[in-house]
Every structure is written in structure tokens, then in C-alpha cells.
Design a protein around this ligand. Structure first.
Ligand code: MF3
Ligand code: CO
Length: 247
């Protein structure tokens, strides 16, 4: 957790606003019949035209600019010409943007056309879990307070929390300390320091919490095949409170 200077925060905020705009652009292009490959290419162009760099492209060998995770895929889906969206699907889009050396990171799960009430509720609860979590985020409070609140909220709604993946500090690097689990005890983790940026990202499964890693080494899917949703924002914590930079 590294505090950023006011000058660094200006760049960080710009990276985050491009991240948000790119996600909104992705949402506007999602419709039945489009492939996740086409979506990736369009969002990649949007990010570059915005004067930024798609940070996921080439990150630890990831072969695309955005992660596209459909239905039972939790995260890190590789966009593909063979993956064509159809009415009733849900798709999680996760993307990072680098602007002048600073990185914004955010994800949303979007409906494709009309979706079932069950899937709509999963998307809603996953988003709400983020907001429940950040109620407990403040300078001097432990990361575990947020983690615990997310878990309690998700489980109270009958869902489960993925254990293998977590949020993280962010700034000049996509993944910085601390690890921000979406489950745990209030006494877990470090205390939050002022002027740090964190990526908070609940990944919530409709069924059981267990996941598999696909043979491509990236895609993470639920073991029970039930849908999963993701909601992530990069936030700034100051002595005055929490600012959501990618909203
Ligand atoms: N944006 C993801 C995160 O929340 C990371 C994407 S993995 C990548 O941490 F390889 F695609 F970059
Ligand atoms: Co992230």
C-alpha cells in the first residue's frame, strides 16, 4: 500500500476515467451475435484512441486487451472468435488501462439481451457486495473488515465467494500489496493507509465456491457450471473517505 502524491493522483484518476469509459463503451457494443473477439478488438481501439494502453495485453502473456468471461466463467476469459454472445448470457468484462504509467482496473457483469431473473439477481447482489464492502473501508481500518462484510452479504443472499482470486493494491503496477480477499475475518490483513489506491473486486458464484482453471491457463470456471458475476472498481482512500475512481 503506497500513498500517491497529488500529482500522481491526477494521472491515476485519468487512467481510471478512461477505464470507466472503456467499460461503458464495451457495454454499448454487447448484443446477441457479437463475438468476444470482436468486442476485444473494439474496446482495444477505444482505449488506444483515448491515449492510453490496454494493460492486460501481454500481461504475464495474456493474449488480449480485455477479459471476457461468459456465464459460468468467473474471470480471465480469453476473447475468442468462437465465443458468440447469445440472448440470456451474462458476460463479465474486466479491463485495465495504463495512462502515463498509472493503471486503472475495473470490471462489470453485463446482461446479453433479456436474462433470467436469477442471473439478474446475481449481478445485482455482486454489485451490492462491493458497496457493502466499502462501507468498512477507511484509513486505519483493517482490510479484513471489508473482506468479511463482502462474504457475509454474499452468503446471506445464498451465494458463495470465490477464494482463489482477490482484489489488490494498484498504482504504477496492476497488482500491488495488499491482497484484498472477498472473505475472511475482520482481524485479517493490514490497516489501510491514506492516499492509496485499491482494486476491490467481489467474484460471486450462484452455486458453490469451487472453481477450475481451464487448460488455456487463464479462464477460471465454476466447478458446478452455475453462473458467476464480477464487479470491480479502483478506489482511492483518503482521510476524508473513499472515492470510487472508475465509476
Ligand atoms: N483486471 C484483472 C484484475 O482484476 C487482471 C486481468 S489479468 C490479465 O486483477 F492478464 F488479463 F491482465
Ligand atoms: Co483487479
Amino acid at each position: 500500500m503506497k500513498p500517491l502524491t497529488p500529482a500522481e493522483l491526477v494521472l491515476m484518476k485519468k487512467a481510471c476515467s478512461i477505464t470507466r469509459d472503456a467499460l461503458n463503451y464495451a457495454q454499448s457494443q454487447i448484443k446477441p451475435g457479437i463475438s468476444t473477439y470482436e468486442l476485444d478488438k473494439m474496446v482495444e481501439k477505444f482505449i488506444i484512441d483515448s491515449g492510453a494502453i490496454p494493460s492486460c495485453l501481454g500481461y504475464e502473456g495474456f493474449p488480449a486487451s480485455i477479459c471476457t468471461s461468459v456465464n459460468e466463467m468467473v474471470v480471465h476469459g480469453i476473447p475468442s472468435k468462437d465465443c458468440i454472445l447469445k440472448e440470456g448470457d451474462i458476460i463479465s468484462v474486466d479491463l485495465c488501462v495504463t495512462y502515463k504509467g498509472f493503471i486503472g482496473d475495473a470490471a462489470r457483469t453485463f446482461p446479453v439481451g433479456k436474462i433470467s431473473p436469477e442471473k439478474a439477481r446475481l449481478i445485482e447482489v455482486t454489485k451490492n457486495a462491493f458497496f457493502e464492502g466499502i462501507k468498512h473501508l477507511a484509513v486505519g481500518r483493517r482490510i479484513g473488515e471489508l473482506s468479511h462484510a463482502i462474504q457475509v452479504y454474499a452468503e446471506k443472499n445464498g451465494y458463495s465467494v470465490v477464494r482463489e482470486l482477490a482484489g489488490h493494491g494498484i498504482g504504477r503496477h496492476m497488482h500491488e500489496p495488499p491482497t484484498i480477499c472477498n472473505y475472511g475475518k475482520v482481524t485479517d490483513g493490514p490497516m489501510v493507509v491514506a492516499d492509496c489506491c485499491l482494486a476491490i473486486e467481489p467474484m460471486i458464484n450462484m452455486g458453490r465456491k469451487e472453481v477450475w482453471l481451464l487448460e488455456d491457463g487463464w479462464g477460471v470456471i465454476t466447478r458446478d457450471g452455475k453462473p458467476s458475476a464480477h464487479y470491480e472498481n479502483t478506489v482511492l482512500v483518503t482521510k476524508d473517505g473513499v472515492e470510487i475512481l472508475t465509476l
